[in-house]
Design a protein around this ligand. Structure first.
Ligand code: ZN
Length: 352
């Protein structure tokens, strides 16, 4: 038995459930799930408190960055500029930016009668979204690495009764995205071009050796709960912040990874991928989430991991089986990448 490393287990609940069943065989998945649960609970119990520096009230933020309006209706908190709207949900980490869900690193909380947001979320979430040219001024746009999830011995999520295997679908999606990007004269390469077992280290080494400017890992999701449905995009949380699946900061969360050199660009990339995937697939928006998946924390460029629907959901699966849906996923990923690359070019033009 070869247990994946701690961090590989710190995936979404959906991926945890799936990985456990794969590692232990379907019949032993429940025991594995229990083991993981106990392990994570122990980690949570020893977790340090939620300390992430200072906070600022949303009304101060509104003045500081010249928002046009700040309105409060119960826990519905809205900040508006001429073109953009942030809608926060008080006491949670949820904010919608122009109707796309983004998960903050810390909840917006009431303090002395005012709703406040952490400075860290102002710097790493809010400002990159309203000032992408600033967030992207040190990034580049020449080489895109597409990473089809799983492969070879590792099928990923599967429904063999319906002949669905994540590894085959992710490869097909990545190949189509590459073809379209190349038509736009974007240099795009894959971490695997066939059904071969590809270690997570290999994927990162390859991206880093090629000098990737952008890394997008492509996956489908699976969950024990067959009602779970929709699209989610994962980016790395800043060092010191919990993953979206957890409310606690463990000692391991304090480590800064190579991917953390691109916190602001990760936010922009994650947002535009999620936005265009929702636009084309019209599936439920599960948001831009924070996770420390191996590939997105260890590549030395902006990175995101997209999960393009749940194989375990009847609703999503019916769509995933159609080429029309897959084409829409390809359009979503491609448009997200192209939007990001154009923003990088604009940022370079504005910051020569
Ligand atoms: Zn996967």
């Amino acid at each position: 038995m070869n247990l994946p490393s701690y961090y590989r287990l710190k995936k979404s609940a959906a991926h945890r459930a799936f990985d456990a069943s794969r590692a232990f065989g379907a019949g032993r998945a429940f025991g594995a799930g229990l083991l993981v649960g106990v392990w994570l609970a122990a980690e949570a119990a020893s977790a340090a408190s939620f300390i992430m520096g200072d906070a600022v009230s949303l009304s101060q933020l509104s003045h500081r960055y010249n928002f046009l309006a700040y309105t409060v209706q119960g826990k519905n908190l809205e900040l508006r500029t001429k073109f953009n709207t942030f809608t926060f949900e008080g006491d949670t980490r949820k904010v919608e930016f122009n109707n796309i869900l983004v998960w903050l690193n810390a909840p917006v909380a009431r303090h002395w009668g005012s709703w406040t947001i952490r400075d860290l979320d102002v710097d790493k979430t809010i400002l990159p979204l309203i000032h992408p040219s600033q967030a992207l001024k040190s990034e580049s746009w020449r080489l895109v690495i597409l990473d089809p999830g799983h492969g070879g011995q590792d099928p990923g999520a599967s429904d063999l009764r319906r002949n669905l295997e994540e590894k085959r679908i992710t490869l097909e999606l990545a190949q189509h995205v590459r073809t379209i990007l190349q038509k736009y004269n974007v240099d795009a390469r894959l971490t695997r071009g066939s059904d071969q077992t590809t270690d997570l280290d290999q994927r990162c080494l390859l991206a880093n050796r090629f000098g990737a400017d952008l890394f997008v890992s492509i996956h489908l999701n699976a969950a024990a709960n067959s009602e779970s449905s929709g699209i989610q995009t994962h980016i790395l949380p800043p060092a010191g912040c919990p993953i979206t699946e957890s409310a606690f900061v463990s000692s391991r969360d304090r480590v800064a990874f190579p991917g953390n050199r691109h916190d602001e660009a990760n936010m922009v990339l994650g947002y535009y991928l999620q936005k265009s995937l929702i636009k084309y697939t019209r599936l439920e928006d599960r948001g831009v989430r924070r996770s420390r998946f191996y590939v997105i924390r260890n590549v030395a460029c902006p990175a995101a991991l997209v999960e393009c629907g749940f194989i375990s959901s009847r609703n999503d699966r019916t769509k995933i089986m159609t080429s029309a849906y897959r084409d829409n996923v390809v359009r979503g990923i491609t448009e997200g990448i192209l939007t990001y690359l154009n923003m990088v070019k604009r940022a370079q033009a504005l910051n020569p």
